[in-house]
Write a protein that binds this ligand. Structure first.
Ligand code: SF4
Ligand code: SF4
Length: 239
C-alpha cells in the first residue's frame, strides 16, 4: 500500500492547468464555505481550486442577442468553455486518483453542472469564494472572479479532500474596478449591477440577472466588456 500521507502538496505537481490554489478549511470557519464543505466530506481539510482560461479570441463574441435561425458566434465561446470545463474535470479526476494512491479521499466539484440550489441561485459550494480565499483572484463589481492574468475569463473546478494541503496565499493588492469605473454596470441590459456601497465588494441583483439570463438564452455582457487581466492577445483581438 502506498501511504505517504505526510506530503500531499507533491500530489499537485503534475496538474496541467493555468492556476492552482488551496484553501485550508480551518481558515474558513467564519464563512459558509466551512459548513458547506463539511456537509460534503465531514473530515475535509482542504479545497483545491483549478483554473483554466477561456481564450480571449472568443470572448468578444459574447453578445446576448440571438435571432432565431441566425448564426450566433456566441457558440464559439460556448464550445471553448465546454472544452475548458471538460479539461478541468479531467485534471480533477487525475488529482483524485493521486489522492487515492496516497490514502486520501477527494470529491470532484465539476466546472459546469455543479448541484445548484435554485431557490437561492447558489452552488453547493461557491467556487469563486474559495478561489478568492486561495489567492487566485478577487471579486469584481460584476461579482465574477477577476484574476490578474486572465481577468474574468477563467473557469473553475474544485476538489474537496481530507488531505491537509498547505494553503496558498491570498492577493490583496489587485483591484482593477476603480480604474475601470464600471464598464459592467453600464453594459448590463437589465441594470442588475450597481456601484458597490462602502464595505461592499459587489452589488448585483442575481434574481434580475438570472431572469434575464434565462429569457435571453444566456448573457455574459459583464464578462465581455471587463478589461481586467487584458492580455496581449486580447488587445490584438480588440476585446
Ligand atoms: S468591468 Fe470594470 S468595474 Fe466591472 S468587474 Fe470588470 S474591471 Fe471591475
Ligand atoms: S450576466 Fe448579463 S444580466 Fe447578468 S449581470 Fe451580467 S450583464 Fe447583467
Amino acid at each position: 500500500m502506498t501511504s505517504p500521507r505526510n506530503k500531499p502538496d507533491k500530489l499537485l505537481e503534475g496538474v496541467e492547468v493555468d492556476k492552482v490554489g488551496v484553501v485550508k478549511l480551518e481558515d474558513t470557519r467564519d464563512t459558509p464555505i466551512y459548513e458547506k464543505t463539511r456537509s460534503l466530506l465531514p473530515d475535509a481539510k482542504s479545497i483545491i481550486i483549478l483554473a483554466l482560461e477561456v481564450f480571449p479570441e472568443v470572448v468578444k463574441y459574447l453578445v446576448s442577442e440571438r435571432k432565431v435561425g441566425e448564426i450566433t458566434l456566441r457558440d464559439l465561446y460556448n464550445r471553448n468553455a465546454e472544452l475548458v470545463s471538460g479539461r478541468l474535470d479531467w485534471e480533477a479526476y487525475k488529482v483524485i486518483k493521486a489522492l487515492h494512491g496516497a490514502g486520501y479521499k477527494g470529491i470532484p466539484l465539476p466546472a459546469s453542472g455543479s448541484p445548484l440550489d435554485n431557490r437561492r441561485i447558489e452552488s453547493v459550494l461557491s467556487y469563486k469564494h474559495a478561489a478568492q480565499i486561495a489567492g487566485l483572484g478577487v471579486f469584481g463589481w460584476n461579482s465574477l472572479l477577476l484574476t490578474p492574468e486572465y481577468g474574468a475569463r477563467v473557469r473553475l473546478s474544485c476538489i474537496v479532500t481530507d488531505a491537509p494541503f498547505p494553503p496558498s496565499t491570498p492577493i490583496d493588492e489587485y483591484n482593477p474596478c476603480p480604474e475601470c469605473g464600471g464598464a459592467c454596470i453600464k453594459v448590463c441590459p437589465v441594470s442588475a449591477i450597481k456601484q458597490p456601497e462602502d464595505g461592499e465588494t459587489f452589488n448585483i441583483d442575481k434574481y434580475v440577472c438570472s431572469t434575464y439570463y434565462n429569457y435571453a438564452g444566456g448573457c455574459a455582457e459583464c464578462l465581455r466588456v471587463c478589461p481586467a487581466g487584458k492580455t496581449k492577445t486580447a488587445q490584438v483581438m480588440g476585446k
